[in-house]
Design a binder for this molecule. Structure first.
Ligand code: ARG
Length: 581
């Protein structure tokens, strides 16, 4: 395990596991050895908590188990002689020489200690997935931001990543949308402009609800669309293309890595729906209920104990949202060799996905080698604690939100910036868009979070602004020292130096933990802690005026590594790290 930096907790865990095997003949994995960074100020770097549960399991006092671990531990190269504390904790202090050697590895490693996974998966990440002819709303904002961060982290970890934008571009609403377009638009072939997608959708809806003639024509359009009528398809394509232009603009502004090549809308699965249902029928998984073909996945019932159906084909032969998702699971696992399907979609769709996954498992499309996970997320709330809305109660348009973010960031940047006015525009975009993304990513995705401009644009606290400024401060320091890259041994002479170095070595652990739970906020917390450790180092350890040339160079190395870790971390979150602010 020596050579390249990796997760220190797991490396020590492997040593503890060895000791347990030797002393007690019990097998635990490195992760089960429960070696974690100690809380700050505890006097140790890492702590092992395994003795408590093992003691119970083996019927021995936990302290005795802890003593045995210490007596049999082969880690003298890594740590000072460990101490047993409290009910049976084992405290580890990393050796200064070991840390210095790891610092040298880190410095030489373009991947900053993150080793590519040994068994890469093929991950298909379904995210953003807005609906055609509708403006994207804040729910799609969360999906886009979280999904993009997850895709970036997976790719950096060494997995193959396929981005998948499951556009809502098919189904009955398209009858009324196309019919409306045919009546108001310039018709197929002409340049369409649906500047206000929401307005367009609402007009169509209103006509549908109030004009029976229109409603009938809209129904005929659905039939025409599904039977492949060329004129109708041409209108449909125009509608989709116009919406895609709108989505692309938002992705561009957001820095989200989705392109037209990643579009696998609902319509993409249309040709596969009949076969999908046929396969479910052939496997005996369907029942006809009120004329509709349904799957009843085991374990799903309503409050009265009645089984819940997943409707795969309606009595009129039409297909549903669930049909498309089932066809999707089948297609990606069977045709495209996906090992992991990740769906970044809001919590309200939790039951839908659980049922789709259960049905897919029954059909044999999901198994030990083909997994699916719903990466759910909560709502964005206004400062009044209710769903985020405009002052007059409307849904907030993403483009308006981002424009406001950039405007506000402009003011934040202007307060401090030494940049000439014309350069402030680009950094305002990095700061403003970064703030919106970071505010979203830094909170536990499963919880709702409160959208607060003041909080997300603050210079202090766990914000992207704080991280971006910390990085710029480091770069300014290196420039002042007249170096851009330094290569020198790292000396550990002060606690703040040591704490910073240990943080810098923990990027692999932070990334592992973020990926394990599809939890980008864990990476955010790590980056924030790193910036805080840097700031304490900066206050406590003179850099340019260090006592010796060796120490000056060593501290410049630590500063340079800090900038690399912060920039890499922000990049993995999809947030820009300007070099000047
Ligand atoms: N278009 C859907 C919506 O806006 C989200 C689609 C999510 N992905 C999926 N495979 N169902 O609610």
């Amino acid at each position: 395990m020596v050579g390249v930096n990796t997760d220190i907790g797991l490396e020590l865990g492997a040593r503890v596991a060895g000791a347990l095997q030797e002393a007690l003949d019990v097998r635990v994995s490195p992760a089960e050895a429960l070696v974690r960074p100690s809380a700050a100020g505890r006097g140790a770097d890492y702590q092992c908590n395994a003795a408590m549960s093992l003691g119970k399991r083996l019927g021995r006092p936990p302290r005795e188990v802890a003593e045995l671990i210490v007596a049999h531990l082969d880690a003298a190269d890594m740590v000072e002689p460990p101490e047993v504390a409290g009910p049976g904790f084992v405290n580890f202090t990393l050796r200064a020489e070991w840390l210095a050697a790891r610092a040298a590895d880190l410095l030489a490693d373009p991947r900053l200690g993150v080793r590519p996974v040994t068994e890469p998966g093929r991950y298909v990440v379904d995210y953003s997935s807005p609906n055609v002819a509708k403006e994207m709303h804040v729910g799609h904002l969360r999906s886009s931001i979280i999904g993009d961060a997850i895709a970036r982290m997976l790719a950096f970890a060494g997995h193959e990543v396929i981005r998948r934008n499951h556009l809502g571009d098919w189904g009955t609403p398209f009858g009324m949308l196309i019919e409306h377009l045919a009546e108001v638009g310039a018709g197929a072939g002409a340049e369409l402009s649906i500047g206000d997608l929401n307005g367009f959708y609402q007009q169509a809806r209103k006509k549908f609800d109030t004009d029976p003639g229109f409603a009938e024509r809209a129904r005929l359009r659905v039939v025409a669309l599904q039977s492949g009528d060329e004129a109708t398809l041409a209108l449909w394509r125009g509608l989709v293309a116009e919406s895609e232009r709108h989505f692309d603009k938002v992705y561009d502004l957001l820095g989200v890595q989705l392109t037209a090549a990643d579009n696998y809308g609902e319509s993409f699965y249309n040709p596969m729906l009949a076969d999908t249902v046929a396969e479910l029928e052939a496997k005996g998984l369907t029942e006809v209920s009120d004329g509709a073909v349904c799957v009843f996945p085991p374990g799903f019932t309503n409050r009265d104990g009645e089984r819940l159906p997943l409707i795969v084909r309606k009595s009129d032969g039409g297909y549903m949202y669930a049909s498309t998702d089932l066809a999707g699971v089948r297609y990606w696992t069977r045709e495209r060799g996906a090992t992991d399907l990740v769906y970044v979609v809001g919590t309200p769709q939790a039951q839908h996905f659980q049922m789709v996954f259960a049905a897919s498992a029954s059909a044999g499309w999901l198994d030990a080698g083909h997994r699916a996970v719903h990466v759910n997320f909560g709502s964005v709330l206004g400062e009044d604690g209710k769903m985020l809305r405009t002052r007059v109660g409307g849904t907030i348009k993403l483009s308006d939100l981002l424009t406001e973010a950039v405007e506000r960031a402009h003011a934040v940047v202007a307060e401090r910036s030494e940049l000439p006015g014309e350069r402030r525009g680009e950094v305002a975009k990095a700061v403003g868009v970064g703030a919106v993304k970071y505010a979203d990513l830094s909170s536990d995705r499963e919880k709702d979070y409160v959208f607060s401009w003041d909080k997300m644009l603050a210079h202090e606290g766990n914000t992207s602004v704080y991280l971006q400024y910390a990085n710029v401060r480091v770069l300014a320091l290196l420039a002042k020292a007249g170096v851009s890259t330094v290569d020198a041994p790292v000396l550990v002479t002060h606690n703040a130096e040591r704490a910073l170095l240990i943080k810098l070595l923990q990027l692999p652990a932070a990334l592992n933990s973020a990926l394990e739970g599809f939890a980008p906020h864990r990476l955010c917390t790590y980056l924030y802690e790193t910036a805080v450790a840097f700031s304490s180092f900066y206050e406590n350890c003179p850099i340019l005026k260090a006592e010796s040339e060796e120490l000056r160079l060593s501290r410049l190395v630590l500063a340079g590594l800090t900038s690399r870790v912060l920039s890499k971390g922000l990049e993995l979150l999809g947030i820009e790290a300007p070099t000047k602010l």
